[in-house]
Write a protein that binds this ligand. Structure first.
Ligand code: FAD
Length: 463
């Protein structure tokens, strides 16, 4: 096992102060998050300021030590995995919401701020982060930026790339790039901020950011709707989106195999029992001026959808607890994987124009590979982002290439993506090589070499 030298650790301890370095039983006392290998480096730096990050990066350059930045460790592509001999740089202590400016609807935050903390603070001012996802209680702004996270509201407000006005970061050279703009328009040459967004920690450590906030949604009404086909679910999505009376704020689709497996695992079968076996579910949420008023508008819209046969049935949440349970079926998505392990996991984007055909074809095509294969599928319908597990509950490595061929056939040609919102990390590097453009990959290598010639920043990730 490689070890960091005593002289390096002593110099690092000087930079970070008494509580800034953890070398003792890191794996035993800190939650590794979504990937058990995240803490394998065993040494964790906890800088408290941008200046400390700068000093530690310079020290790493001097000693040839490679860095793995980490936020909430909720990433799903292995981008935060570390190895012995590396230094984990965690943003845990950099968790200050520096300022929320209600007039400008912006927030200046340190990278380690957890999403739900910013959501709560923004709500105090009648504002919203315009980004939301299931990992909201752990994922950090730095991690969300670095993975260009999407989530539930991306169909309305875009991904992190569209929410960030300014960034401060320490580059692999140890230089601080501070560009904490609070305006949407700033064409000042190459946009280094956009290069850092989605770079998964390979081009620098994000230390601060300016988030563009939006007005908080009004009172919401939530419903679980069954639709005969995914095409009908899409028609319903368009109907609700077009409403002038209330705003559609969430439209999460679940195919019956996924919804039934998850609800059974959570003991919530009764909630999904209303729908015919082969119908898809759409979890919808709309916002309007008053709670009762919004509920009535949603009832009316769903009534129209039933008449148009876009929906076959629907239940509306009558309390906060009922709403929470509906969302659990969607957000506790790993329950389905636990029930049938060993599956292959995918995060793809499918253009609306071909979503129904693509998803309909998938089931018979997977069955043709092996009749025992099960497709668990759900996702953010509004932007066509689907998450899939293809599994038969037993090891199935020999099927990998055939499953990939079926899954990706025609997807890129139709304008979709093999990597929607979780990033490349370690898990999708091969896919990037096989399915990405060779010229784009070359350009990425050139950018990495230009900014990180010593290769110290999260090496081996993305490219
Ligand atoms: C239940 C659940 C639901 C999820 N839902 C969604 C969803 O709907 N949409 C979505 O997009 N994602 C989703 N995710 C994935 C995950 O939450 C996001 O990828 C999130 O952005 C990661 O943030 P983090 O702070 O946990 O980062 P980490 O997991 O700690 O790190 C992720 C990557 O960012 C890098 N990084 C972290 N902080 C910094 C920094 N300050 N500077 C530079 N690099 C850094 C790391 O090196 C790594 O490559 C979900 C995850 C879970 C567990």
């Amino acid at each position: 096992m490689m070890k960091l030298s005593e002289s390096f650790l002593a110099a690092l301890a000087d930079v970070l102060g008494p509580n800034g370095l953890r070398c003792d039983d890191v794996a035993g006392t800190i939650d590794p998050g979504m990937d058990p290998r995240n803490l394998d480096a065993g040494v964790l730096a906890l800088p408290a300021s941008t200046q400390e990050v700068q000093a530690l990066v310079r020290l790493c350059v001097e000693h040839g030590v490679t860095i793995v930045p980490q936020g909430g460790r909720t990433g799903l592509a292995g981008g935060a995995q570390s190895q012995p001999g590396q230094l984990i740089v965690a943003t845990t202590k950099m968790n200050k919401i520096v300022e929320v400016d209600p007039k400008g609807a912006t927030a200046v935050v340190e990278a380690g701020v957890v999403l739900s903390a910013l959501q709560e603070e923004a709500a105090e001012h009648g504002l919203s982060t315009a980004i939301d996802l299931g990992a909201r209680d752990s994922a950090t702004i730095g991690g969300l930026i670095s993975t260009n996270a999407g989530g539930i509201e991306a169909f309305r407000f875009g991904t992190m790339r569209h929410r960030i006005l300014g960034i401060e970061a320490v580059l692999p050279s140890g230089e601080i790039v501070s560009d904490l703009k609070r305006v949407v328009k700033a064409n000042e040459g190459y946009d280094i901020k956009q290069l850092l967004i989605g770079a998964e920690g390979t081009l620098g450590i994000v230390t601060r950011a300016v988030v563009n906030l939006v007005p908080l949604d009004g009172e919401t009404a939530t419903g679980l709707v069954s639709c005969p086909t995914s095409g009908d679910a899409l028609a319903l999505f368009k109907r609700l989106r077009a409403s002038q009376k209330a705003t559609l704020v969430a439209s999460e689709i679940m195919w019956p195999g996924f919804a039934r497996a998850t609800s059974a695992a959570l003991g919530l079968d009764a909630l999904t029992a209303f729908a015919p076996d082969d119908h898809v579910y759409l979890l919808v949420e709309m916002a309007g001026e008053t709670s009762d008023g919004t509920q009535m508008i949603v009832e009316e819209l769903l009534g129209d959808a039933l008449e148009a046969q876009e929906a076959s049935d629907a239940v509306l949440a009558k309390s906060a607890e009922e709403r929470r349970r509906m969302w659990l079926i969607r957000e506790e998505s790993f329950e389905a994987d636990k029930a049938m392990p060993h599956g292959f996991w995918y995060d793809i984007s499918v253009p609306h124009a071909c979503l129904e055909r693509y998803t309909d074809d998938l089931f018979p095509r997977m069955a043709a590979i092996d009749p025992a294969l099960v497709v668990f599928m759900f996702g953010h319908l509004g932007d066509g982002n689907l998450h899939l597990t293809i599994t038969r509950g037993t090891p199935m490595e020999e099927l990998h290439d055939r499953v990939n061929t079926v899954l990706f056939e025609g997807l890129m040609e139709a304008g979709g993506s093999f990597s929607a919102e979780h990033g490349i990390g370690l898990e999708k590097r091969q896919l990037l090589r096989e399915r990405g453009s060779a010229e784009k990959n070359d350009a990425m290598h050139a950018i990495k070499a230009a900014l990180d010639s010593a290769g110290i920043m999260n090496p081996g990730k993305v490219i």
